[in-house]
Unconditional design. Sequence first.
Length: 135
Amino acid sequence: GLGLEYGKKVKTDPGIPDFIFNLEPDLKWAFISQAIDEDGSIQKCAKRIQIMHAVETHGNNSKPPNLISDTKKLLEGLNVEVTEPYLQSSYEVDGIKREKWAIRIRQRDLKYNWKNLDLKLQYKNRALNSIFLGD
């Protein structure tokens, strides 16, 4: 769906479909909210959001998954500063190497936009609110 290839994202390494980048800001925020619900974590103590994706690697082809690079680009288009993608871990599944990459959004870089997020998972929504409103 949404222009993404079928199959496991870890194997197909899809990017965000081009049309998403041309949507109105509220629809872009809906896409980002879904990404956080599915592949993100909210770190209350560190006051940041992290979005992670894994990808299979072959040989020495180590680079961030397209979804990580594209999510960074989408957020920056919404005037949100995001860290550079970083390698979080490497591991193997059935003899195939995988790498988990992440980007982070600090609380101070989201302070004017956080209310645009509409997280469906209540525990993540509560964690988001605690970062900006306190416990």
